[in-house]
Design a protein around this ligand. Sequence first.
Ligand SMILES: [Zn+2]
Length: 247
Amino acid sequence: MEKFTVDGLVIRVTVTGESDRIVWILTRSRGLIRAFAKGARGTKSKLHGGTSLFAYCAFSFYEKNNVFNVTEADIKEVFFQFRDSFEKVTVAQYFCEVLLHNVPETTNEDFYLRLALNSLHFLCGDQKPWLLVKSVFELRFACEAGYMPSLVACDFCGEYETDRMYFDCREGLLYCARCGEDRNLPRVPLAVVSAMRHIVYSPFERCFAFELAPECLPILGRITQFYLAQSLQQSFKTLEYLPREPV
Ligand SMILES: [Zn+2]
């Protein structure tokens, strides 16, 4: 039997037994842990708040034969301020769906947790449009999962930028106005190319720190959503609840 404590974010909750929960916790140094939280559905349980969806806690576990039990959940933050926005709640659930299916069960890399916490933090605030937060999550996640697009210059001629460019979502390649024209690819305004470059190449602490004109956000949104799904070869149920042409 092993006992340990690690920070983590609850990204899925189901119920079992009379008053128990099963929780999926994205941890800082132990990947994704599925654990039992005994009695946690009882409102008087000391585990009740800390094993709720979007709770970020210092969790104590004991593990036996690869079965994990939560023994304590010391709450650091509960992300709930976005709950009055249908789009934001849906996007938060979409983040959870992506994480659940793609974070390795054992990894000591804390990137996924940091990306999730930052994304939820910005969803809770009003400074960043939810579409922008979603795009940063999608593109940085794709990079971390091994699908970093090549956005440095036109893949064919090396031109750094032209007023419009073209992006091949299947190959993750960028083309200038001249080389992209006949390739049957989506046209991307330069402002969106610059935003994509910022998301991909800036240090993690800075990846949300940019602005994009409202009319460009849906263009960025379509590209990053398609690029992530295409890279991971997955489709995500939660996205069906978002408007098809996000605004
Ligand atoms: Zn070119």
